[in-house]
Design a protein. Structure first.
Length: 423
């Protein structure tokens, strides 16, 4: 009796919540044209609108994808195969295996061209009148002085464009930012007798930005043969064209004393600075794009080789993605690790850190503002200094192929120090 009761209880638990009636066995249910009793019927109110909306969305996407080709405009590059991008690689100056698709076509990050300039002093007023705020105290910016004019490009804007074709102090310049390498370099857009405009190529090399010179029409979606323009490819950290017509001896000049620092620091030290205005159409994209998590993970978005020596990094308490400033003083790249400065220098009352270093006989002032791990480095004698902010792995993989790298040793100190460099 007890056993039968348990079996009945188990059967009832398995059927709890199932209130569907047994399928009837009348002859009407067996008719091929009859709707079985208990079977749901799809109506617009009963969920048919979801299917209809899905069909409309599919048709919209298909129509959008066909619109470009019908109008003669289509994305160039399938994101993976080099040939699909339409670049001339017969003059490729780097290992072909190092050049890879980013997963996106040409110009997937549209360049910001000829932005209006805002006065730095008026940014507080601008932020009061506009939402969301554009650039605030702790935001990172690229800072440079071009022909006597200090200027800043917020990284929040460059995350959405990676390249800004600008004119500062009467000089046509391109502010370039490679987010995967956290690298900032400002180039002169004048090459020979031409003034170029640049845009992301859709390709990467050692996770570094590869950009190309746009045609005069300036659209990345015109097709590979637009206006018969033959674009060239430039590797940002190599600071030179690496494929295309301009790879046959042309050069591109970079500006010295370019830094990544905070907006508060740049404005304080350059009160007459101007700022490149954001594109209102990309405000949402600016808010959505962030590389903060990427900087903290060991994974890469594309192959990188060679990687830094893991044992040496561990001994220095550094990671492959630790931020550094590469300093060119002639025969080698001196690598100043920002995390080493954080460990070695006692903060000032306002949270900033500063010291004077002597590297290869050259006196350098180093200043770290409170906030993000950034540093400004300049020569004490006021002479131009080539500095490139980047991540350790990028310096090792690209700068290290040009000439030797040497770590700047920063002993623990609260004042000025004269460090040595080690190869």
């Amino acid at each position: 009796m007890s056993q039968q009761s348990n079996q009945s209880s188990t059967s009832n638990q398995g059927n709890q919540g199932d209130t569907r009636p047994d399928r009837p066995t009348n002859t009407a249910a067996s008719s091929p044209n009859a709707v079985p009793q208990g079977s749901p019927t799809l109506t617009f109110k009963g969920g048919g609108w979801v299917i209809l909306l899905s069909v409309l969305l599919v048709l919209l996407v298909m129509g959008w994808s066909l619109l470009g080709p019908l109008l003669g405009r289509r994305p160039v590059g399938d994101g993976y195969t080099l040939e699909s991008y339409g670049y001339d690689l017969t003059t490729l100056a780097i290992d072909r295996n190092e050049l890879v698709g980013s997963g996106f076509p040409r110009g997937f990050r549209p360049s910001r061209d000829d932005p209006k300039h805002l006065a730095g002093r008026e940014m507080a007023i601008f932020n009061e009148q506009n939402r969301p705020k554009y650039v605030v105290t702790s935001d990172r910016v690229i800072g440079a002085v071009i022909n006597g004019q200090p200027h800043a490009w917020p990284l929040s804007m460059l995350n959405a464009h990676e390249i800004v074709n600008d004119t500062v102090g009467g000089i046509p310049v391109a502010a370039t930012y490679s987010p995967l390498c956290d690298t900032a370099i400002v180039f002169d857009r004048r090459i020979g007798d031409a003034v170029m405009k640049f845009e992301v190529s859709g390709l990467l090399s050692d996770s570094n930005l590869v950009f190309y010179d746009k045609s005069e029409a300036g659209s990345a979606n015109q097709g590979a043969n637009a206006n018969e323009h033959r674009p060239s490819l430039f590797l940002q950290l190599a600071r030179k064209p690496v494929a295309g017509p301009l790879a046959k001896g042309a050069t591109i000049e970079m500006f010295p004393d370019v830094c990544i620092t905070t907006w508060a620091d740049w404005l304080k030290t350059h009160p007459d600075t101007t700022v490149a205005e954001r594109d209102p159409q990309t405000i949402r994209r600016m808010k959505e794009i962030s590389y903060a998590r990427y900087f903290l993970t060991p994974q890469y978005e594309s192959p990188v080789s060679p990687l830094p020596d893991a044992a040496e990094l561990a001994a220095r308490g550094l990671r492959e993605k630790s931020p550094v400033v590469a300093i060119d003083l002639g025969g080698k790249w001196n690598i100043l690790a920002i995390e080493s400065l954080l460990d070695a220098l006692t903060p000032n009352a306002d949270g900033s850190r500063e010291t004077r270093l002597t590297v290869d006989g050259v006196d350098l002032d180093v200043f770290m503002p409170k906030g993000p791990a950034v540093a400004r480095v300049r020569r004490v004698d006021g002479q131009p200094l080539v500095t490139i902010p980047c991540l350790v792995f990028a310096a090792n993989a690209i700068l290290g192929t040009e000439k030797p790298l040497a770590w700047v040793e920063v002993p623990k100190s609260s004042g000025s120090t004269t460090p040595s460099t080690t190869d």
